[in-house]
Design a protein around this ligand. Sequence first.
Ligand SMILES: Cc1cc2nc3c(=O)[nH]c(=O)nc-3n(C[C@H](O)[C@H](O)[C@H](O)COP(=O)(O)OP(=O)(O)OC[C@H]3O[C@@H](n4cnc5c(N)ncnc54)[C@H](O)[C@@H]3O)c2cc1C
Length: 286
Amino acid sequence: MRYEAPQTLNQAVNVFSEFNGLKRILAGGTDILVQLRTDVIQPELLMNIKDIEELGKIELFDNFWKIGAGVSAANITRNKEFSKEWPGITEGVGLIGSTQIQNRATLVGNLSNASPAADGVPALVAANAMVEIVGRNGNRKLEILSLISGPGKLNMKSDEFISHILIPRQNKNSSDCYIRFIPRTEMDIAVVGCGVNLSVENNNISAVKVVLGAVGPKVIFSEEASNSLLGASLNADSLSKLQEICERDAKPIDDKRGTIDFRRKVAGVLAKRAVEKAYKRIMEDS
Ligand SMILES: Cc1cc2nc3c(=O)[nH]c(=O)nc-3n(C[C@H](O)[C@H](O)[C@H](O)COP(=O)(O)OP(=O)(O)OC[C@H]3O[C@@H](n4cnc5c(N)ncnc54)[C@H](O)[C@@H]3O)c2cc1C
């Protein structure tokens, strides 16, 4: 196996796009090193991107945050300005593994591994985040839902990789939340996860996105659940309608960590709790 550790993004694009065999990016390595050890994948080129300075930054622009593909989960959760604006995305990132794992793992790696249970992904989708993809023909941007095509699968050409995540600035009177269910307190994979992004105007919900994780081959944006809350005030009726739609929209599998029925029920409960928590955050800030 060839190993490369380019120092600049330009070098990385050249190395990656010119190599024709099976290739993979190495970011934190917390997924891919396990996959190498267990022979799940045997790439002929492994390209480490952690030495590339321009991919190691969290930058704030007028309209968006730009998080480099080499930024560790720990550096995201430590960023006070970001976590104040996006507490839900931060919650998802802060649930990845343990302190040790978070010092290595990246949010882009969490996304690119394309596990339906990835904790970092639902809140990113709820926030309308995008990825910036680099390759032989320059840069392009893609919505996260369009990036993930199924478990372990991304819609990217073989010469491409992700350079950044782009997250819009949070709106006024808005907040987000991510909650997951696991059978123990930490170091487990989500049985169900839910990310929500909410805006409130005159006590009514003016914008909302509800996204379910671990209950389908990829994250599910529940458009019906989101629409059911639009224009409504938060009360027992609107919450129970939301819960019911999320139970229906969840398309989980049966496995040793949860039955289909159980996961559907949990999806509804988590959606309700995540909406309530995001709403509470908005009220506390206003
Ligand atoms: C003990 C342990 C506990 C864990 N707990 C959790 C958990 O609770 N929740 C959770 O969601 N995950 C968990 N994980 C999984 C893992 O830590 C995360 O998915 C992590 O965010 C992966 O990031 P990474 O930088 O280590 O990715 P890597 O392992 O470096 O890469 C992962 C995959 O993404 C690809 N990739 C990486 N960067 C790019 C890029 N820029 N462009 C294109 N492809 C890229 C790689 O080629 C590889 O296929 C756990 C892992 C371990 C070992």
